[in-house]
Design a protein around this ligand. Structure first.
Ligand code: KG4
Ligand code: ZN
Length: 363
């Protein structure tokens, strides 16, 4: 079964085609095209919904066309490349952006007379762990075993979800305020590293060599010892702001420039990353042990963070959990994960009943 996935929940415009094998329950990726209006938002330090949606209107059809062209003979894309169904993100996300993908998906489903599957973007992220990129040889990487524990860490979400089977999800806890990605983005801005903060902080942290430090910094690890599976990251940005201000004041007293030297920015970036990663790893392991899961699935944009991937890997090496982490390009928003989620949760809905749901959560 071939599924065309469409994803437009934030600033990305994505289309992908997967081939799902009903007998082997495997999904292989045939094409995955993503464009982003990130460069426009970098100038303003965050996504402006109106700008994002306008860009998506421009890119939606060319992106779908490219995804189809990659799976069929050039010039033949109107034949739908043998598409059997369309999966589309209906939420959560920015309403204007979501509508671009939804209305396009509905139009295609109507014109091509194909079934349409509404997909929760958050659940979509989890399914990035069920995609096989290599076509040969069989078998590809194994599908995760159930029960599984998913840690979803993105710009808007930080959630721990127990997955007993496809369609059997139980939300265990999540952030009470800022998401992990948001913490990266906000502290990145405070450190003058630009948007998005996640990759910028990771790069600055990697540049820290430890020489000539001159100051000590230890940021809080919020809720690391709490009994529940909740998170809280908003205190981190306040702590970073306090550090930045105190360093700037010291500089001013010495009649020096108020901008922090690169070394101090790098050291703060390193500590921000350590604090976020430590909390995520500790809480994930605690939930994995409590619910005796067989596999742990990382997903969402923050799962692209190399430090998180490395620490999670090393912490799990002596434990009996199988760790799954998607390749970095499938951690950030993409349509392949939406198509995969549509395959494993195949519940088509008449196109008239597909509605946007900007505040969708795990239900
Ligand atoms: O999943 P995603 O692409 O979009 C949402 O659904 O939110 O996640 C975007 C988030 C941003 O906050 C970004 O800063 C973060 O993922 N991110 C990273 C890295 N790459 C992206 N955070 C830490 N390290 C990275 N390498
Ligand atoms: Zn996302």
């Amino acid at each position: 079964m071939r599924i065309l996935g469409i994803e437009t929940s934030c600033d990305e415009t994505g289309a992908a085609i997967i081939e799902g094998n009903l007998a082997s329950k495997k999904v292989k990726l045939l094409s995955n095209v993503v464009t982003s209006s990130l460069a426009l938002h970098a100038k303003t330090g965050g996504v402006i919904p109106e700008v994002a949606a306008r860009e998506q209107v421009k890119y939606m059809i060319p992106v779908i066309k490219e995804a189809l062209l990659k799976t069929t003979e050039a010039g033949n894309w109107k034949l739908e490349a043998g598409i059997d169904a369309i999966a589309v993100t209906i939420g959560p996300g920015l309403v204007g952006s979501l509508l671009v993908g939804i209305e396009t998906a509905k139009t295609l489903a109507y014109a091509w007379e194909k079934p349409i599957i509404p997909v929760n973007h958050l659940i979509g992220h989890i399914y990035a762990n069920f995609i096989c990129e290599k076509l040969d040889p069989m078998p590809y990487t194994l599908n995760p075993k159930f029960p599984a524990l998913a840690l979803l860490v993105s710009g808007g979400h930080t959630d721990l979800v127990l997955m007993k089977d496809h369609g059997k999800l139980k939300w265990l806890g999540g952030t009470r305020d800022d998401a992990a990605g948001e913490a990266f983005d906000k502290t990145g801005r405070l450190l003058g590293l630009g948007y998005p903060g996640g990759p910028a902080i990771a790069a600055a942290a990697a540049g820290f060599r430890g020489e000539g430090i001159g100051f000590k910094v230890k940021l809080p690890r919020p809720m690391i010892d709490s009994e529940d599976f909740d998170f809280s990251f908003s205190g981190l940005k306040t702590a970073v702001l306090r550090e930045v201000n105190s360093l700037k004041i010291k500089k001013q007293f010495n009649n020096l420039i108020t901008r922090l030297p690169a070394r101090q920015v790098q050291q703060l970036a390193l500590e921000v990353q350590e604090a976020i990663v430590e909390v995520l790893v500790v809480k994930t392991l605690k939930a994995a042990k409590k619910f005796k899961v067989k596999s742990i699935l990382l997903c969402g944009g923050v799962a692209a963070n190399q430090k998180l991937r490395k620490i999670m890997n090393s912490q799990l090496s002596t434990l009996n959990f199988q760790l799954h982490i998607p390749p970095t390009h499938l951690c950030t928003d993409n349509a392949a994960m939406i198509a995969a989620a549509g395959f494993f949760n195949y519940q088509p809905v008449p196109w008239r009943r597909i509605k946007v749901n900007p505040s969708l959560h795990f239900s």
